[in-house]
Design a protein around this ligand. Structure first.
Ligand code: NIG
Ligand code: FE
Length: 405
């Protein structure tokens, strides 16, 4: 190797390649053209190596950059009044049925112009990045019309172009029934299938297609039509599945080879087996579970037994998970769902990359992968999963470039 752009010295690396998240002895990482070019023990470092920049980490912990594989961070307005209502006893489903919930955010999001939406969303994105996120998935789903859904996806794409972070976009037009389609859910599905999916695909604004399959969302039959439209355009699918009830969405997602099935509090063993066979990632969202005071956690033991890869994400949204703290979600997944710190780490790195179809290039510290990395003042990865909201992040690297946190 002739020359490198950036040399990280004296790092202890948790590559997230092994399931235990083990930590290496003192090592170096050489980065060229935004990719990891070489990794080795400090004693193997060639003293004649021609180096552009150098960073002596003095024994700090190096991990893959964090990947938040499920967010709804492009929206306008807020929902704190609804939080107060729920504290007085109203349920999430009651509020949704009374026209609040997702629909109230839809109104604010439709009313906001792209610049306002960008500014409000960028604040949340910057906060995610401060917590170590180098890749984020952003869903639409608060527009619910062709024009407003495309506006949200365009804002998500601009966020990716203007901020040092990778953005993957997901079209979630089947998030809720917009009021102009009241009583005509199948007509709205026609609109999604005939116009919204084709237009989003044509404009290359969506990397995947998602739906909310539940009592207050769409039926499995309606979800199937959305998935067929996605497949016809060559777009991979994901699904909000079995969050509030078991609609057998996980099996449906698996049938379409979904990248991920998300939430899964009410999935049964048949659904878990289907996910395992399809290689679909189970995305755990402890923020929504906590905020809705749910009492049925996802069946972790079943997911483990059938070797379904588990990811952990923020679900950042105003109604059920108003958070941008992915590290805290690791802690909550351990505390509330009883996964191990190592599982939580794989959930925000390697398995999160798989949930976005990015496993070949992201999610681990390996030669050839993108140099999206985090440097922590921590002894061990478990220390970061153990901490409640403390953030020992020192440096975040996106594509080999250092960013202050
Ligand atoms: O992932 N479950 C549906 N969608 C979001 C909530 C959206 C909202 O309430 O605004 C979720 O939890
Ligand atoms: Fe969600």
């Amino acid at each position: 190797m002739a020359s490198v752009d950036l040399l990280l010295r004296n790092v202890r690396i948790a590559t997230c390649v092994d399931d235990e998240c083990s930590v290496s002895a003192s090592s170096f990482v050489a980065i060229t053209a935004g990719r990891i070019a070489q990794i080795g023990a400090m004693r193997e470092l060639d003293p004649k190596l021609h180096v552009g920049n150098e960073l002596d980490a003095e024994g700090a912990l190096l991990t893959p950059g964090l990947i938040d594989c499920h967010t709804h961070l492009v929206y306008a307005g807020d929902r704190w009044r609804e939080f107060e209502l729920r504290l007085q006893g109203a349920s999430y489903e009651d509020i949704a049925r009374a026209g609040g919930g997702i629909r109230s955010t839809v109104q604010h999001t439709r009313d906001a112009d792209a610049a306002t939406l960008f500014a409000q969303s960028e604040r949340r994105l910057r906060s995610l990045m401060q917590h170590g996120v180098t890749t984020v998935e952003i869903k639409s789903g608060y527009g619910l019309s062709l024009e407003a859904e495309l506006k949200c996806l365009q804002v998500a794409r601009s966020l990716g172009a203007r901020c040092p972070v990778n953005v993957r976009t997901t079209l979630l037009a089947a998030h809720a029934l917009p009021s102009e389609f009241d009583g005509r859910a199948d007509a709205y599905i026609d609109e999604i299938v005939q116009r919204i999916v084709p237009e989003a695909a044509r404009a290359q604004l969506a990397d995947a297609v998602d739906a909310f399959c539940d009592r207050i969302g769409f039926t499995a039959a309606q979800t199937r039509r959305v998935f067929e439209a996605a497949r016809a355009r060559g777009l991979p699918v994901k699904l909000h599945a079995e969050q509030l009830s078991n609609q057998h969405g996980a099996a449906l997602a698996a049938e379409f080879g979904a990248l991920s099935a998300d939430h899964l509090e009410h999935v049964d063993e048949a659904g878990v087996i289907a996910l395992a066979r399809a290689g679909t990632v189970a995305v755990l969202l402890p923020g929504a579970y906590y905020f809705l005071r749910d009492t049925q956690p996802p069946p972790i033991e079943l997911l483990r037994r059938h070797r379904v890869p588990m990811a952990v994400a923020t679900d950042c949204n105003p109604g059920t998970s108003p958070t941008t703290h992915l590290q805290l979600m690791m802690n909550m997944a351990c505390t509330l769902f009883r996964i191990t710190p190592a599982e939580a780490w794989l959930g925000v790195t390697r398995h999160a990359a798989t949930a976005l179809g990015m496993a070949a290039t992201h999610g681990t510290v390996e030669v050839g992968k993108h140099a999206d990395l985090c440097l922590w003042d921590a002894e061990h990865p478990a220390e970061i999963a153990c901490a409640i909201a403390a953030s020992p992040l020192r440096v975040r690297l996106h594509h080999g470039v250092e960013h202050a946190v």
